[in-house]
Design a protein around this ligand. Structure first.
Ligand code: MG
Length: 250
């Protein structure tokens, strides 16, 4: 599949899906507290998305049951919402969610801290978010895909952390996952040339110690092999003549 370039009008149209995706992610953040289940967060997410006239982008995607991916501590991504998974003081939770509006998809994620979190784990989150912003800053015309991955990887590894290899960012449009793949590692100046009209999700997944992952028997949940925490942040970004334009914002 080739990269699908969006016109300025199409990028404008994508802003509404992005706005709702950002709104639901922010509102879920207000609900993070010990005792809440990830299924409750999922129900709230779907309600907010539908109230805004959207459809949950994740629900039914290759059979995924939820409107969010809820990934706690050593779960990297794709955690299935469950009434039996209850947030505890000191947990971190990556919530990944998106809305479809007028056929366009928004996709974003944030790792929330539940109460008082171990300082090393809090640092992992802070660094991962910084690495995302570093990657976003490279989403400019005439740049290369490798510039983004290199920027993310440099920030994460300078802090002693490791970036996940098996799961990567992606193009976004009328489909949640389009070309190109957007790795969180790479060489500056290498890879696909970035051009105006590309829309990509930049989403570093950063592990405390080992970058290695394992997938659980449910077919979705991805965890760190060493059982240590992982953080995950994501925004949908359009590459424009004026620079990176964050679409998942209110
Ligand atoms: Mg994504």
């Amino acid at each position: 599949m080739a990269v699908i370039i969006k016109s300025p009008a199409e990028i404008e149209a994508m802003k509404e899906a992005g706005r709702v995706s950002a709104k639901v992610l922010r509102m879920l953040g207000d609900l993070i507290e010990p005792g809440i289940s990830t299924l409750e967060l999922d129900h709230q997410a779907e309600a907010i998305i539908r109230m805004e006239g959207g459809r949950p982008a994740f629900k039914g995607y290759f059979g995924f049951p939820g409107s969010i991916c809820a990934s706690i501590n050593d779960t990297i991504v794709h955690g299935i919402p469950s009434k039996d998974i209850i947030l505890q003081e000191g947990d971190i939770i990556s919530i990944d969610t998106g809305a479809i509006i007028d056929g366009w998809v928004g996709d974003n994620a944030y790792t929330y801290l539940c109460g008082e979190v171990d300082p090393d784990v809090a640092k992992l989150c802070k660094v991962t978010e910084e690495s995302m912003w570093a990657g976003i800053s490279k989403a400019v015309p005439e740049g290369r895909l490798g510039d983004i991955g290199h920027a993310v990887q440099s920030i994460a590894e300078a802090a002693g952390f490791k970036v996940v290899r098996e799961y990567v960012g992606h193009g976004v449009g009328r489909n949640m996952h389009e070309d190109p793949n957007v790795p969180n590692y790479g060489k500056a100046g290498k890879g696909l040339r970035l051009v105006e009209g590309m829309v990509i999700a930049i989403e570093p997944m950063v592990n405390m110690k080992s970058h290695k992952t394992k997938r659980m028997k449910d077919g979705w949940t991805v965890k760190t092999v060493d059982g240590l925490p992982s953080a995950h942040y994501e925004k949908t970004v359009a590459i424009t003549a004026d620079g990176p334009l964050i679409l998942t914002q209110e």
